[in-house]
Design a protein around this ligand. Sequence first.
Ligand code: ZN
Length: 588
Amino acid sequence: MDSSENKNPNKPGLCLSFPYPQDPEDQNLLNDLGAYYDQQFPTNEIKSTAPYIPLIVHPEFIEEVELYEFIYTAKENINEECFRRENQRADQQDRLYYRIVYDCFDISPYQEVKCQSEPYYVPKNIDDTTLVFESRFESGNLRRAIQMYDYEYDLVLRTDLNTKGNMQWYYFSISNTRKGQKYIFNIINMLKPNSLYNFGMKPCVYSEKNAHIHHIGWVRNGQDICYYQNTIKKSPGACYFTLTFSLTTDHDNDTVYLAHCYPYTYTDLCKYLDTIVSNPKKNHRIRRKSLCQTISGNTCDLLTITTFNGRVENLKYRKGIVLFARVHPGEPNSSWMMKGIIDYLIGPTLQAKILRDNFIFKIIPMLNPDGVICGNNRCGSAGVDLNRCWIDPSKKLHPTIYHAKAMVKQFAEENEIVLSCDFHGHSRKKNIFMYGCVGKTRNRERIFPKLLEKISDVFSFNDCVFGLQKAKESTARIVIYKELGIINSFTMEASFCGASIGKHADFHFNQEHLQQLGHDFCEALLDFCSPDQSKVKVIMEELEMLNPYEEEIQDENADEDETKRRKRSKKPIVKKRTQIKSKKDIQP
Ligand SMILES: [Zn+2]
């Protein structure tokens, strides 16, 4: 697979190459939904071998946020209501419209397409209330919208490129809305067996008119939200899940965006970095270079932040910090946290200066640009989860991981790396927490998360999990820990929903909370590595007194199996005190 062969000939922008499917059998997805749709769609209607043509437009959003948005309390009987509705639909087949009103691959039957940027469906007249769907923009991933009733639509998500699954992230827009009208959306091919949507999470919604008139940015919106296993069979033993919700629109003829989380695209990152490197007040604190090219020919950025003036040989005495984000494209919350970190580090504060003077930060803000661009949830262009490739990454198939690992190894030869962290989003738990590794030192890898908890309103030490899980042995966290011996090797996980603790309990997270976590992370680093180790000492004593550690981590799937973990933590714990031999022992 030569990268030049895979470049999309329809390259739409300056710094953007849309990944090109090698296997156009995306139809497998629609075939999987066969039992549901076969009788409705003659097969010749759903054949398509052409990849979709992305639009050149890049939606831009204002960043205005409401700090406190309640987590939703679901109706008690919402589940039964959903099943009743499914049964009702099954009984009333002849009343359902089954009208395809959007498909990102197939040619629209409604109009002769003169220009690729025309929508799939154009309303016939002002009385035509059919919603106009669009998703052929960066990070968009709606494959098909099917109108079932006047105001109800079934939605099918695209699979991750060159895979037959991974659907969970969604991002699309609707227009031709009517003021005060309630619309029902059923995303019918999600794959995870459970979701925070059943625990109060609402979809992210952005109304262009609300932004323009009232200066309201992304908000949480939607009612009658439910996530449940539907009746469509994926394959023997595997099922699809439906996310259903209703949305009442505020304006006539509005364009409204809907997403699983606040989008943060590759273009957003490029623009952000362009602004920094062209700002004379900031650009002397940061170096931006290309780590490598992705399979689709996009640049993966590597940032170095430190104090650059002074003698080069001084640099080798500085300690290293390595940070990654967005290996999983469907987790833009990781990008927002990383933006918070970068803003802090290149900012004007004394604390930031101390960090730059004492550390060299190597940051890869987007490890999977191809996946982000094409709206994948989990994988890169080659159709694999790049956070399961760290043991032996392929230069051709996983170039960003191959080069990131080489960069970290080389960095470790030149400088002592004290901490590494990979940022993610979590779809089943609330709060922000970390996965850490665990070895003979037991408590040392818990100091940083514990310090962070003292600083952050949304970080939860109790939700942290420490272990070397078999299923995760090829993640950045475990490979960096094992191969480079970096004890403080972490994965940061931010809930897609919100907090269950502290002053933000029962509220959703938004872009601001996530960026604030980035600031808090930097402040925790200051305490962690301060020559005055008094805070670390206090934490260490607390951990020794309170930390319910066992002799060895027995449960290899600790974070996979919450029930087991909770049971285990309820077992009586034999407290053990270990002796601190010298100050050196507690220094990270
Ligand atoms: Zn992830």
